[in-house]
Design a protein around this ligand. Structure first.
Ligand SMILES: [Fe+2]
Ligand SMILES: [Fe+2]
Length: 210
């Protein structure tokens, strides 16, 4: 109407200049997100990306010695898990959370079991560990997507990008394990990345689409 100022109503009561509260947090809380629980889940997922997978995949990849093709796929999954860690950590701080100031404590909060080198470290055993780690990742990022869908578009977008790659990783390791263990062909539907750890979703790179 003429003469009336149109402004977005301030329903969160965050006062001008207040640096102790965040409109970005109040807005998602008002939509029903349990922010404290979300932060806890994100820390658990970040710990899984960094400690349960990125770190241990380094060891697993080393022990795929002699299988250059498996090593290469494992390397993509390893570097993409590092990309997931990098992608999600800033969101924890934006939400007002933080990482524990102790690496051991952080490791112990991981939502997935450490992908430790199996004994004996055969290709079949290593691929089985890799497959089950990817499955845990799919379960935990799906839980973040469920919790944030329609309420917290930013966390949802980040989690969905990561989930896209975890689903690809599962398909890769199904293909490799079926081949190595059962002599069966179960195609993953994917070709190798353009360069190691390309992370098309979590780094917003171009997809393999020639
Ligand atoms: Fe990951
Ligand atoms: Fe993964």
């Amino acid at each position: 109407m003429i003469g009336e100022e149109e402004t977005v109503p301030n329903q969160d009561n965050v006062q001008a200049g207040d640096v102790t509260r965040r409109v970005g947090v109040e807005a998602i809380r008002a939509r029903g997100v349990d922010v404290d629980k979300l932060i806890k889940m994100l820390v658990a997922n970040a710990a899984a990306e960094f400690a349960s997978t990125y770190y241990y995949y380094t060891i697993l990849r080393m022990h795929l010695a002699g299988h250059e093709d498996y090593k290469e796929i494992c390397e993509d999954a390893r570097l993409e898990d590092r990309a997931h860690w990098e992608l999600i950590v800033p969101r924890i701080y934006e939400l007002g959370g933080e990482l524990p100031n102790d690496l051991r404590e952080f490791h112990d909060q991981a939502g997935c079991a450490a992908a430790k080198l199996p004994n004996p470290p055969t290709a079949v055993n290593i691929l089985t560990v890799l497959l089950e780690s990817e499955r845990c990742a799919i379960r935990s990022w799906s839980a973040i997507c469920d919790m944030t869908f329609g309420k917290d578009p930013r966390t949802y977008d980040l989690a969905a990008r990561i989930l896209n790659e975890e689903i690809e990783h599962e398909a890769w390791f199904i293909e490799l394990l079926a081949h190595e263990r059962d002599g069966k062909s179960i195609p993953s539907g994917h070709f190798r990345r353009g360069e190691p750890g390309e992370a098309p979703y979590s780094k917003n790179r171009r997809f393999y689409n020639p």
